[in-house]
Ligand binder design. Structure first.
Ligand SMILES: Cc1cc2nc3c(=O)[nH]c(=O)nc-3n(C[C@H](O)[C@H](O)[C@H](O)COP(=O)(O)OP(=O)(O)OC[C@H]3O[C@@H](n4cnc5c(N)ncnc54)[C@H](O)[C@@H]3O)c2cc1C
Length: 250
């Protein structure tokens, strides 16, 4: 049997499965001999009073074992021979669009005007050191998009939330801590975010997609346009309105 409880415990109890089991036995009357496992589903901190509490939603397994993985990873297929779709920008929107296209059986070609997430870091250092801003690689432009060097809190003000759970799972599949699946205020961390972004790019490449850095989309051309023929970075989009992208002028 599987049962869910909402409980309020001290940080010490929240951090220790054995203590959680004892708490559930004491407070919820769960029999010790039948309790096989406890999984934390949601976690938030209540620090309004002097004594800090952790609010937890837990799933309690009685006489049965929990499913092994904290989430089911998405099986991204090979899309080498599938129709190509141009994705402009490798910010969160572009990266998630590219991964979703792969899931749906399309081959994403991502064009990003800035540099990859690691090279970009050097240009950010230059801003601080000599106040020199590279117009193509800075806090806004480059792999990972505008928030790549923020503190990595996952935040949205949108009321139309969609499948937030899946977004978090995709982050976990690419190296984020599975704690983000539980926390009320999920936080990847500035130190970990670049690696997660790089892993997302590797999935795109491994499946047969393409990612072009320092390549700015400058025009969207129609089928009749002469520039389309034999252009190295030209590919048909879903709506058959091909786009062309060129490296920015130096
Ligand atoms: C300083 C700062 C801190 C933030 N901190 C957080 C935070 O902690 N938590 C949070 O949830 N949100 C944060 N945000 C908001 C978050 O960054 C944005 O919501 C998110 O980046 C939007 O994603 P996007 O993919 O739509 O756009 P963007 O991230 O802007 O990505 C667009 C990408 O497209 C590229 N691009 C643009 N034009 C072209 C072109 N013509 N050709 C090719 N490429 C192009 C850009 O270089 C960029 O990489 C922060 C934003 C900023 C600016």
């Amino acid at each position: 049997m599987v049962t869910e409880y909402q409980i309020r415990v001290t940080p010490e109890v929240a951090a220790n499965e054995q203590q959680l089991k004892l708490f559930l036995q004491r407070e919820k009357g769960v029999k010790a001999s039948t309790l096989t496992a406890v999984r934390i589903l949601k976690r938030s901190i209540d620090a309004r009073q002097r004594t800090i509490f952790i609010n937890l939603t837990v799933r309690v397994y009685i006489n049965e074992m929990p499913e092994k993985a904290a989430f089911l990873p998405i099986d991204y297929p090979q899309v080498d021979d599938r129709p190509a779709v141009v994705v402009v920008g490798a910010g969160p929107g572009g990266l998630f669009a590219a991964l979703r296209l792969i899931e749906l059986g399309y081959r994403p070609i991502v064009v990003e005007r800035g540099k990859d997430v690691h090279e970009r870091k050097k240009d950010l250092a230059q801003i601080g050191r000599v106040q020199a801003v590279d117009p193509e690689s800075n806090y806004s432009f480059g792999e990972g998009g505008a928030g790549a060097y923020s503190d990595g809190k996952l935040y949205t003000r949108s009321k139309k939330r969609g499948n937030v759970e899946k977004i978090l799972q995709v982050f976990c599949q690419h190296g984020a801590s599975t704690a983000i699946l539980q926390d009320a205020h999920p936080h990847i961390g500035t130190d970990k975010l670049p690696r997660v972004i790089e892993n997302m790019r590797q999935t795109i490449l491994r499946c047969g997609g393409e990612v072009h850095f320092q390549t700015r989309m400058t025009a969207q051309l129609n089928q009749q346009h002469p520039q389309l023929r034999n252009h190295p970075h030209t590919a048909p989009t879903l709506a058959h309105t091909p786009a062309t992208a060129t490296p920015p002028p130096r």
